[in-house]
Design a protein around this ligand. Sequence first.
Ligand code: PLP
Length: 391
Amino acid sequence: MNKIIYVDNAATTPVAKPVLDAMTPYFCEEYGNPSSMFYSVGASAGQALADAREKAAKALGCDASELFFTSCGSEADNWAIKGTARKLGEKGKKHLITSCIEHHAVLHSMKALEREGFEVTYLPVDADGFVSPADVEAAIRPDTALVTIMFANNEIGTIEPIAEIGEICRKHKVWFHTDAVQAVGAVPINCHELPVDMLSLSAHKFNGPKGVGALYIRRGVLPFNFLDGGAQERNRRAGTENLAGIVGLATALEIAVNSMEEKRRHISAMRDFVLQHVQSMPQVKINGPLDLSRRLPNNLNVSFTAAEGESLLLMLDMRGICASSGSACASGSLDPSHVLLSIGLPHEIAHCSLRFSFGVQNTMEDAQAICDALDAIVPVVRERSPLWHEN
Ligand code: PLP
């Protein structure tokens, strides 16, 4: 069995050992319900929850009272979008603005709202995946309830001009949400310094556990609740808190933020090494910005003409390399990714795309192994492809 080289860290990341250690007591020892404040087991769980919220808020540059824990990044996106639309929709604001390259947590929330009578503007992006702030401004109408634009794209790594877009929303007094699931822990973010009203994040993208996320909601911004029930999260998100997960999120976030510079250097060095190698191969196209200062440090997305992505993935897997392709195969379909189509790739090129997303656990040897594997397998897959011979 080959050593596993996991370079799909945009899909998820391994839990860091100190994170697991911080979480462990909250399963069998400190098992109290944080809402059970009248006995010590519950009170200490409540204190652990408050401490985790403080820690996470500090790492994000916001107040603890502005941070709400959720079950995942998708829930945070659903809450921000549907909670805002339904609240402001009651006042006649039934228009929403987003981009066509958002994660499905955003796009499918929009589709659900269209079925409820909302109108949605899906902004295009340029060939590198950038949303134009001028397009955002031009799309805002008197009945616009919300603008939601992702902080950084999960497939091609494009970092959107969030501060500029946020200023425009502020000028027009429109609430602004950003899906920062791929950005938190990877790029510096300070919620109070940014003109954002709501920001979503998810622990499993920065070496925290799966099944826990958070939504930052600026003080004074009051979307409707998304999950109704008990009084948890100061009456704004029902459900007994996933305390171990929340402690894990806060610990992972603190580590990610404190070690960000070092981590960025390590991760981008491996990405740049593979990028350079790939650029020396024939008939490839790098997807996403080549200005690396505007791209997530871990992301490399590349199309290899006439080499089908799924075949490449299977052959990489035989060498122990776990990456991801340019189709939505995780959702059971082989349709090309909406992101790659939105940046103007034809279907046949989008189908020939791979995404490598590096993580803290990877090494330069892994990067070299990826280059060697690509050199070996791309010509083999191309040789079998009729498209290559027509090319
Ligand atoms: N938004 C983006 C940009 C993502 O990449 C993901 C997950 O891949 C999500 C939202 C959903 O996060 P979660 O898996 O925590 O629901």
